[in-house]
Design a protein around this ligand. Structure first.
Ligand SMILES: [Zn+2]
Length: 571
């Protein structure tokens, strides 16, 4: 396949709006090819979109569906062509997840939180999502074995547990959600900050976070730790965010990437002491990211309208339910995590919601380096992912932001710095924040770029970047991004102008990390005892079997020690 004459944005290869041809063969980008020609003259061409933080599969997604039959009806699409029937708006069914991402030009999405015990369910749903390549991050921040290893300061055993847990969950990386707080919730409590001890475990969130970050680098995992802060969603929580990031400043990355990726930063950028004097501190957070290079973030933008909040931060969801008097589900996951789901609505005239809306945009616009900040809505917590084009058009147009602000609460503009921001992002920056940076932050080498050898994941939009003025024509930008003219996945045209033409099965990325056998042996003594005494499931039935991950893409890693030993032996 040859894609002719597109205006290509491929930031990872230093290409920003050059007219060029792209050649595809055998699912990869190549130097030369013959075959089908696609006329993309003058049109916007980017790598396929990569979503590094979304909630697309697993038990809390399914709980969200069950709790909102009204939501299922909202997104009903009958079976059509090769498309199976779809349902749901904030929590679509599995088929809709794949089709709707693909229609927008996205080809990869990662589920951001799965407890090991429930990973089988996550993979059952991932298997049913068509087209996309995907992966799932594994929750470790509230796990009894983790906290015991941290207390014993036994990082080697903790590394063995993480390696074992990733293998058992077929998981891609370490996710921490309100570390220590989720476990405390099982006993009706929470932690109030990073130095507040976890009840019954005699460790602090700071110790859990730092130890898992160290282990992440010992194991040389492709992604860094992926962190949802303590105190997420609370007034005044920006200080917790900065305090937590400071703890991780001196950790050396084992690969060329950040040492911590912060999830949905917007939900931790708040000032004030209560909802009454609530205000945005996103400008201070952006300033911190500008001055430090060890952290990256995704925004977690909110948009007005329906959402479904779902998180492993169980005490947060309990608070949400009390606040909104809404439907509510909380769930305790044995020796691992807890979680909650609360269907939600963000209101345009609600001052708190207006501040949240502005804070997300401030983060994306005030962080100078687009490689540090990903465009997300923490689907479906801030808004469903189908609304990404609305977020992008806001980032590219100051006049659109002004129009929106004019419809909000009369003092909303005073609670953030948004009105003073002139910056309008360009296509190069958007290509970084939605393609190149998420792939680099996740450590996915074949994704997010269009150099030879990359996966042939390409999106072409009905928009002429040399002619359209994204600042003035923001409606055109939004319309074009909602429906890619072509979405090409692994060299196959999967969507054309909103129609799904093919639904190939995607791959599931997971990481198989090697650790010294002696550490694994010590770990198994602990785990056998835990399964004997406490778990409702037997150790032999716990791990996800290969049958549940039918198209795996496995990254193997080994810690420094093993590599050095191998080098010595070879010498
Ligand atoms: Zn999330």
């Amino acid at each position: 396949m040859i894609i002719k004459g597109g205006i290509v944005y491929d930031p990872a290869n230093g290409i920003f709006g050059e007219e060029m041809d792209l050649c595809v063969d055998d699912g990869k980008i190549v130097e030369d090819a013959k075959g089908q020609e696609i006329d993309a003259r003058g049109l916007l061409v980017m790598p396929g979109g990569v979503d590094a933080h979304s909630h697309i599969a697993g038990k809390k997604v399914n709980t969200g569906r069950i709790m909102s039959p009204n939501d299922s009806r909202l997104g009903a699409e009958p079976r059509r062509g090769i498309c199976r029937p779809c349902s749901g708006y904030t929590v679509p069914n599995c088929f809709a997840m794949g089709y709707r991402y693909a229609r927008m030009g996205y080809t990869t999405a990662f589920e951001a939180a799965t407890p090991i015990l429930e990973a089988r369910h996550t993979h059952e749903e991932l298997e049913e999502i068509p087209i996309l390549d995907k992966g799932a991050l594994t929750l470790f921040g509230n796990n009894w074995e983790v906290m015991e290893c941290v207390k014993e300061k036994d990082l080697a055993k903790l590394a063995a547990y993480v390696a074992w847990g990733l293998r058992a969950a077929r998981g891609y990386g370490i996710k921490l959600v309100n570390p220590g707080g989720g476990e405390a919730w099982g006993f009706g409590a929470n932690v109030k900050g990073v130095h507040d001890p976890v009840p019954n475990f005699d460790v602090t969130p700071a110790q859990i976070i730092k130890s898992l970050a160290q282990v992440n680098e010992m194991l040389r995992l492709p992604h860094s730790i992926h962190l949802h802060f303590n105190n997420t969603g609370k007034p005044g929580n920006y200080t917790t965010a900065i305090e937590t990031l400071d703890i991780l400043k001196d950790i050396q990355p084992s690969r060329k990437r950040q040492v911590v990726h912060v999830a949905h930063m917007q939900f931790s950028s708040y000032g004030g002491t209560s909802w009454r004097d609530f205000e945005s501190k996103a400008a201070l957070i952006a300033d911190y990211f500008n001055k430090n290079n060890h952290a990256t973030m995704d925004v977690g933008q909110i948009l007005f309208g329906a959402a479904t909040t779902m998180t492993a931060d169980a005490p947060l969801e309990y608070g949400n339910a009390r606040l909104a008097h809404a439907k509510w589900s909380n769930h305790d996951i044995e020796l691992e995590e807890s979680s909650g789901v609360v269907p939600w609505v963000y209101f345009r005239k609600n001052l708190v919601n207006d501040v949240q809306w502005a804070a997300g945009l401030e983060l994306a616009l005030l962080t100078n380096d687009p490689w540090k900040v990903l465009m997300t809505t923490d689907h479906p917590n801030g808004s469903p992912f189908v609304n990404y084009p609305e977020v992008i058009s806001l980032l590219m147009s100051k006049s659109k932001r002004a129009e929106e602000l004019a419809t909000q609460h009369e003092i909303a503009a005073k609670k953030s710095t948004l009105t003073s921001i002139e910056r309008e992002l360009d296509w190069g920056e958007i290509a970084i924040m939605t393609r190149a940076a998420p792939a680099r932050i996740l450590g996915l080498e074949g994704k997010g770029h269009l150099g030879p050898g990359a996966d042939a994941d390409i999106s072409i939009y009905s928009l002429r970047p040399k002619e359209a003025d994204a600042s003035k024509d923001h409606q055109l930008v939004k319309k074009a991004l909602m429906k890619a003219l072509y979405t090409i996945k692994g060299g196959i045209v999967v969507a054309k102008d909103g129609e799904i033409l093919a639904a190939p099965k995607g791959r599931t990325f997971w990481v198989d990390a090697a650790v010294p056998q002696a550490d694994m042996d010590r770990l198994m003594v602990d785990l056998r005892e835990k399964f004997e005494k406490y778990y409702s499931i037997r150790l032999s039935n716990y791990a996800v079997q290969d049958a549940y991950v039918t198209n795996p893409a496995v990254t193997k890693t080994s810690p420094f020690e093993l590599e050095t030993k191998a080098i010595k032996e070879a010498a």
